[in-house]
Design a protein around this ligand. Structure first.
Ligand SMILES: Cc1cc2nc3c(=O)[nH]c(=O)nc-3n(C[C@H](O)[C@H](O)[C@H](O)COP(=O)(O)OP(=O)(O)OC[C@H]3O[C@@H](n4cnc5c(N)ncnc54)[C@H](O)[C@@H]3O)c2cc1C
Length: 435
């Protein structure tokens, strides 16, 4: 194996954020046990095998194959939220968005344990699992995604969500929502109720509205879709609205929080949402997406702030509350980066670079971070947003003129090309994170 020069290694680490866009293959770092402060036989435990955790595990082994990596994930298959809206629209099935961990085990030598972490003992550097097992670590990475604030909406709790799905974690919830759409009559009403900021995937509810409208237009064209938003504006709004007018004229109505009053309560038995002014909205299908917080284990481990999210050193993603514990992905407070799979992937790489540098006693170079997000308004109609980010005074900030959204005046050919890029984006992020 070629031994890397320190300069080349630093260059590679510096590219870590940008790598998520480029998907470069990094040569492994040579062992560095002889350096003062280095720990070449380090053990890193990663909790959560989603976009953040899986990517961090893979890239840590690529940067530093001498580090032992254990990935603890409760499910044997990861069902991606990205492209789950296409399942609702009838474009893909659940298999298309389901992926296993064999690639990470076989190609990168990652130890994958399918179990749930119930406790983190940061002082003893140990995690406990539901099967009674324990795992010791030198560094812990926590990437648990989100959980829901079940106390936020009267009448809506985990049990009620079985019949009024949020489908904001892909899997059974996605299937329930799809079945309800199939069962509703032509001429029926669907309500999507997105939460206020911050939440997982800012454009997600509006892509969902688009995909459901596509399904309705092709099978139940007399139906209506109402978006009762908690917010007064949303991601890529002019592009979505333009697409809805072009593809689904008269079918989708969006009402902002100030105009309808926001969600007051849910009467699940009568499928009715009430605004804070107590105005009722009845529907055949309600997709209620509740306010969110960092995944439960982050709360149990004492990694969250008063808002329910995890503050971190935004250069390395080390928690500001517990030493040697790192938090990436949706659960973290990551400056101006959105809570997206691509952002989690980018953060996973930066965190892997920080850990490789730490255990090889090398200074962490300045990272850069990226996000790209495609949304399908129709099967042949895509729009996108992209951004590059850098650290400014310790906070991740968007680099001016480095990204942007699709042009508003683009023709149908352009939208069609972006729809194809969206499919390519999905295949490449899945392969980069899990392959
Ligand atoms: C409808 C929808 C569409 C989306 N579309 C896009 C898109 O097009 N592009 C994009 O970039 N992003 C998209 N996203 C956002 C994306 O899904 C998330 O931002 C991303 O999954 C966050 O990655 P993560 O690693 O933080 O969490 P996750 O990917 O959710 O991974 C968390 C993992 O941790 C595991 N876990 C949690 N707690 C424990 C525990 N205690 N023990 C063991 N395992 C545990 C969970 O089982 C899960 O597998 C979308 C989201 C939604 C809801």
């Amino acid at each position: 194996m070629p031994r890397l020069s320190r300069r080349r290694f630093l260059e590679l680490l510096g590219q870590a954020g940008t790598l998520s866009a480029l998907s470069l293959v990094l040569p492994p770092l040579a062992r560095a046990a002889d350096k003062p402060g280095a720990k070449a036989s380090a053990r890193v435990v990663i909790v959560g095998g989603g976009f953040g955790g899986a990517t961090c595990a893979k890239y840590l082994r690529r940067f530093a194959p001498d580090i032992h990596v254990t990935l603890i994930e409760r499910d044997t298959r990861f069902i991606t939220c990205p492209f789950s809206n296409t399942v609702l629209g009838g474009l893909n099935d659940m298999d298309y968005i389901s992926h296993d961990y064999s690639g990470l085990q076989e190609h990168y030598g990652i130890e994958v344990v399918h179990d749930s972490v119930t406790e983190v003992d940061a002082a003893a550097k140990r995690v406990s699992l539901t099967n009674g097992g324990k795992q010791q670590y030198d560094a812990l990475v926590v990437s648990p995604g989100i959980d829901f604030r079940w106390d936020a909406i009267a009448g809506y709790d985990e049990k009620t969500a079985e019949s009024v799905p949020h489908a904001w974690k892909a899997g059974t919830q996605t299937e329930t929502l799809r079945r309800q759409l199939e069962a509703m009559p032509d001429g029926g009403v669907v309500i999507i109720a997105p939460p206020g900021n911050p939440f997982r995937c800012p454009p997600g509810p509006y892509e969902r509205a688009s995909m459901i409208a596509y399904y309705l237009k092709t099978t139940k064209p007399r139906s209506k879709l109402l978006i009762l938003d908690a917010k007064d504006k949303f991601s890529k709004q002019p592009l979505f609205v333009q697409g809805w007018e072009a593809l689904y004229p008269g079918m989708i109505e969006w009402i902002g929080g100030s105009d309808w009053g926001g969600i007051g309560r849910l009467d699940a038995a009568n499928r009715t949402l009430y605004s804070t002014f107590d105005t009722p909205h009845k529907a055949d299908v309600i997709n209620l997406i509740p306010p969110q917080k960092a995944g439960a284990i982050a709360h149990a481990a004492g990694l969250v702030n008063a808002d329910g999210w995890c503050p971190v050193d935004q250069r390395t993603f080390e928690s500001t509350l517990h030493k040697d514990v790192y938090v990436i992905g949706d659960a973290s407070v990551a400056g101006q980066m959105p809570k997206s799979g691509f952002a989690a992937n980018s953060q996973g790489k930066v965190c892997a670079a920080a850990l490789a540098a730490k255990f090889h006693a090398i200074d962490m170079p300045e990272p850069s971070y990226v996000n790209t997000c495609y949304s399908l308004v129709g099967p042949e109609y895509g729009i996108s947003v992209a951004g590059v980010y850098r650290l400014v005074d310790g906070e991740i900030k968007s680099v001016e003129k480095s990204g942007g959204v699709s042009p508003i005046d683009a023709d149908r050919q352009f939208r069609q090309t972006e729809a194809r890029y969206a499919v390519g984006w999905y295949q490449s992020i899945v392969s980069d994170s899990f392959g």
